[in-house]
Ligand binder design. Structure first.
Ligand code: TGC
Ligand code: FAD
Length: 390
């Protein structure tokens, strides 16, 4: 007989394999044991202490570059990777960002576009969390339109000389290697810049009120001299960095629903125990309408994530399908968090509960990896055949 589980009203668990559930449970336990007890403090302090140790631990549970094959990576399915992102972001978007940037942006760029030497040198260490990567595409004056970037790489004999600035770069100050995209005479190319290279620095960006438990940095490149083999040989044109974004955006489709789930659970629990006018606030019709709407969007979002994951595993995804998921799930997750915040009343603004932390984090998630407006335009272009970016 059919039953109703408030935590899984659509029985989505029944659509997951044993292996997928095992991945989910492993990451959930890691988050509960290792990060949950500290995350509100890290957020409040605006720091990610012991990031390197955390990266090694994430490497040990196998989530760094987990959807990549070979070179020490776990070779798991897109759905398993998505479930890991869900659990990480149910803890904090900053934790998921660390893993996304490492696996989907930095490692993926090397895996897809690097030489055998680059892959052998970096990927096993990055999968183990022994080396951290970052991905520098955005510039101070070129965010949504990376095709207009002004960071340059010019040849000097067999060397390359890089000049420019990258902005808002996750993991920048803690990275051992930066994947930097630059304009050359032959178009946009990618370069591997090891930390410590003369002329290269990565000062941290302070005063963020969102994604506070995540390191965000500027990358400064002043006459950075790199050997010929620092270029990613197979990455030619804007298509290469955009393909990396597709990987990370896919993880966010799942991750955003993790933040939403955490906020929903907090609001549901609170509503059952908080009493006003002599009864639990969960007993008021207006509260129930909020909870019902939150549950609809949460579980529809999870179904969408799972559907895209199954399609990705079977056939791959069109970029507009990824935009569909990112636009919908981040927007709805943010709305779920905002509604959850109202249910908690004044407690909704306190770090004693996870809700406002997720809510402010999702403001970054709405903007990075393509703003909601850009994803609407990607979808608009795919629907109409007319590009409306310019
Ligand atoms: P456009 O002409 O559309 O495309 C240029 C070439 O790229 C191809 N392409 C893609 N390929 C793979 N995946 C995708 N998602 C792709 N999108 C486009 C396209 O087919 C074309 O190929 P070809 O061979 O014909 O040259 O380029 P455009 O200049 O018109 O730009 C389109 C637009 C606006 C969608 C793109 O620039 C864009 O996505 N802008 C948003 C920028 C963005 O998302 N930046 C994110 C930076 S990284 C980040 O935020 C990390 S936060 C991570 C964290 O902390 O978790
Ligand atoms: P802009 O592009 O200046 O956009 C400002 C506003 O204008 C937005 O609302 C936008 O949607 C709108 N807009 C722009 N163009 C159009 C248009 N054609 N039509 C309609 N509206 C438009 N980048 C990296 O490369 N690597 C990272 O690791 C990274 N990590 C990040 C971490 C954090 C915490 C944050 C906040 C950002 C990070 N980013 C990173 C940068 C992020 O990708 C950019 O912020 C994002 O792409 C938007 O660029 P922008 O901030 O310059 O905004």
């Amino acid at each position: 007989t059919a039953t109703f589980n408030p935590a899984d009203p659509l029985d989505i668990d029944a659509l997951l394999s044993e292996e997928e559930i095992a991945v989910r449970d492993t990451v959930r336990k890691f988050c509960a044991d290792r990060v949950e007890p500290h995350i509100a403090t890290w957020f409040e302090e605006g720091s990610l202490p012991a990031a390197r140790e955390l990266a090694r631990e994430l490497g040990r549970i196998g989530v760094l570059g987990m959807h990549l094959e070979g070179y020490g990576c776990a070779g798991m399915s897109a759905v398993s990777y998505g479930l890991a992102c869900l659990e990480l972001e149910a803890c904090d978007s900053g934790l998921r960002s660390l893993v996304s940037v490492q696996g989907s942006l930095a490692m993926y760029a090397i895996w897809a576009y690097g030489s055998e030497e680059q892959k052998n040198h970096w990927l096993p260490r990055m999968a183990a969390g022994e080396a951290i990567g970052c991905f520098g595409l955005t510039e101070p004056d070129h965010g949504s339109d990376p095709g207009s970037m002004i960071t340059t790489a010019r040849r000097d004999g067999s060397d390359w000389i890089l000049n420019g600035r990258k902005m808002w770069i996750t993991n920048g100050s803690i990275a051992d290697v930066a994947v930097v995209w630059a304009r050359t005479e032959e178009g946009i190319r990618g370069f591997l810049v090891p930390a410590g290279t003369p002329g290269f620095s990565a000062p941290e960006i302070k005063h963020k009120l969102s994604l506070r438990a995540s390191v965000t940095s500027e990358l400064v490149l002043d006459d950075v001299r790199l050997p010929a083999d620092a270029i990613l040989p197979k990455a030619e044109g804007l298509r290469a960095p955009l393909s990396c974004l597709s990987e990370a955006r896919y993880g966010i489709v799942w991750g955003a629903m993790g933040a939403a789930r955490s906020a929903f659970e907090a609001a549901l629990e609170y509503s059952k125990t908080r009493t006003q006018f002599g009864r639990p606030i969960a007993g008021f019709q207006l509260t129930q309408a909020k909870l019902a709407d939150m549950a609809l969007e949460l579980h529809k979002g999870l179904l969408l994530a799972l559907h895209l994951g199954r399609r990705k595993d079977a056939h791959g995804l069109h970029p507009a399908q990824v935009s569909f998921g990112k636009l919908n799930n981040v927007r709805e997750a943010l709305q779920i968090c905002r509604t959850a915040r109202t249910i908690l009343g004044a407690n909704g603004i306190s770090l004693e509960y996870p809700v406002i932390r997720h809510m402010t984090n999702l403001e970054s998630v709405l903007t990075y990896e393509g703003t909601s407006e850009i994803h609407a335009l990607v979808l608009g272009r795919a629907l109409t055949g007319i590009a409306a970016f310019q």
